[in-house]
Design a binder for this molecule. Structure first.
Ligand code: GLN
Length: 477
């Protein structure tokens, strides 16, 4: 594989040149660094033999790299270059991957469409450039779907890997909380954040997960649980396995076409000898409220460090400390981030924190228990990732609640800390009769804590029976 590292890079840079003007997936292309990595691969036999040797990969801009900016797509960090690599990046480089650039996302990973990016460009969906790529890891998903890169890393706090993967027709994995080190991730909600792969095939995602998973002394919340042989499980039969289908995942608010595509996809597991069983997760509707209270509360605390003194743009302003903060933070953060800071500060403020953060934490425990209970009777839980396919750019930006509801099906697994994958399962037909477009729909598979093996096994079984991974968008004219 490594013999073609240079060819892979050329191919990737060629696709970037062709696609970038249409989809704006990248904040920075790190061509020189990528060439240096290819040269290292050519001269280092040991690196040659590593599992990801020569794989062109993109990294979300909220993950620290010593090359390219780690801006979190925010004005407050607009020129920041990290002095160190995140553990996940270090592990990818050690496995021979070639990093070609940093991808666009919603500022500080807050959003579901990449329209809340604080720095340009506007990312668009490669299947229809009048629509969103999803978010917050929209750039990573668009870059993979368009074949600009073979794989990308995203981060997922409440759906930010799975939802853009679903909307762009690629595979996206949110690992179990603690499976992958968070060292070097710019924190959003520390009790929820995980980095994970976005790829075109389940096997590639499994291979990347084998590389990035595992204990890291630099992240105390990373787990000692041994890392499984995820790729080896891809291709193993699933006869006899039980797939739970929660009726609450198909309730009001889901697009009828998405409902049919996802239901048919789940029922098709029976052709492989698996058993589909309807289950109930009554707390599903509570997950959005729980998630938004917890994520925003943690965000308000995590973002306090960006004050223009310790972290963030340093301005030459002669004012009192309070006025300095006001100016730096007022100009440095975009509206969605300010909304998070205000909501989160309120949820943690004295006299209210028990009613908001405390209560949300209690319901979080109940949601977690509800899943643990459900997993006593099923191997995995399956449903939709997103209630609808890619929506039109601008259609939800003025309605924060509508945007939050895009995460209705992804946040339960986040709140419960469970591993989950989005795998392409069909195409929905949208648009007026004279301008029909085919838009990808993702199947969501949620597994018990640290059972990524089961998740990969079932996802790979679906993929090999349907081959949606072979569909790809056409370069716009
Ligand atoms: N859209 C959700 C939010 O804004 C999820 C984002 C994410 O997973 N990073 O919080």
């Amino acid at each position: 594989m490594s013999a073609s590292a240079r060819e892979n890079l050329q191919k990737s840079l060629g696709a970037i040149a062709a696609w970038e003007p249409h989809i704006g997936a990248f904040l920075d292309i790190t061509k020189d660094e990528a060439e240096r990595q290819v040269a290292a691969l050519e001269s280092d036999i040991a690196l040659h033999q590593q599992p990801l040797a020569g794989m062109p990969i993109a990294i979300k801009a909220n993950i620290a790299t010593q090359f390219g900016r780690t801006s979190a797509s925010s004005k407050i960090l607009k020129d920041f270059v990290s002095p160190f690599n995140a553990t996940v990046v270090q592990r990818l480089l050690g496995a021979g991957a070639v990093v070609v650039g940093k991808t666009q996302h919603d500022e500080f990973a807050m959003g579901s469409s990449t329209e809340h990016a604080g720095l340009g460009p506007q990312t668009k969906n490669p299947w229809d450039i009048s629509r969103v790529a999803g978010g917050s890891s929209g750039g990573s998903a668009a870059a993979v779907a368009s074949t600009e890169v073979e794989a990308a890393l995203g981060t997922d706090t409440g759906g930010s890997i799975r939802q853009p993967a679903s909307l762009c027709g690629v595979v996206g994995v949110k690992p179990t909380y603690g499976r992958v080190s968070r060292h070097g991730l710019i924190a959003y909600g520390s009790s929820l954040d995980q980095a994970g792969p976005i790829t075109r095939t389940v096997r590639d995602a499994a291979k990347i997960m084998e590389v990035i998973s595992g204990k890291d002394p630099l992240d105390a919340t990373s787990s000692e649980v041994p890392v499984g042989q995820y790729a080896a499980l891809c291709g193993k039969p699933i006869a006899g396995m039980i797939i739970g289908m929660p009726k609450e995942f198909f309730a009001d608010g889901i697009d009828p076409e998405v409902k049919k595509i996802v239901t048919d996809a789940i029922m098709s597991f029976e052709e492989q000898g698996a058993v589909v069983k309807e289950i109930s997760l009554p707390l599903t509707p509570a997950a959005i409220a729980v998630y938004y209270v917890i994520a925003k509360a943690e965000a308000s605390s995590n973002l306090a460090r960006f004050d223009g003194l310790r972290y963030g743009i340093r301005e030459d302003i002669h004012a009192s400390l309070i006025d300095y903060y006001k100016q730096v933070r007022g100009e440095g953060f975009g509206p969605e981030v300010k909304r998070a800071i205000m909501m989160g500060t309120y949820a943690l403020s004295s006299g209210y924190s028990e009613a908001w953060y405390g209560q949300a934490s209690k319901v979080r425990t109940l949601i977690r228990r509800e899943y643990e209970q459900a997993f006593r009777g099923v191997d995995v839980i399956a449903g939709p990732v997103s209630p609808e396919p890619a929506f039109k750019l601008g259609s939800k930006t003025s309605d924060p609640l509508a945007m939050y509801l895009a995460d209705a099906y992804t946040v339960p697994a986040s709140v419960a800390g469970l591993p989950a994958i989005s795998v392409p399962c069909g195409m929905a037909i949208k648009g007026p009769p004279n301008r029909r477009v085919s838009l990808p729909v993702g199947l969501h598979i949620i597994a018990p804590h640290f059972q990524e093996e089961t998740m990969f096994q079932i996802a790979a079984a679906f993929e090999s029976a349907h081959e949606f991974q072979n569909l790809s968008p056409e370069l716009p004219q």
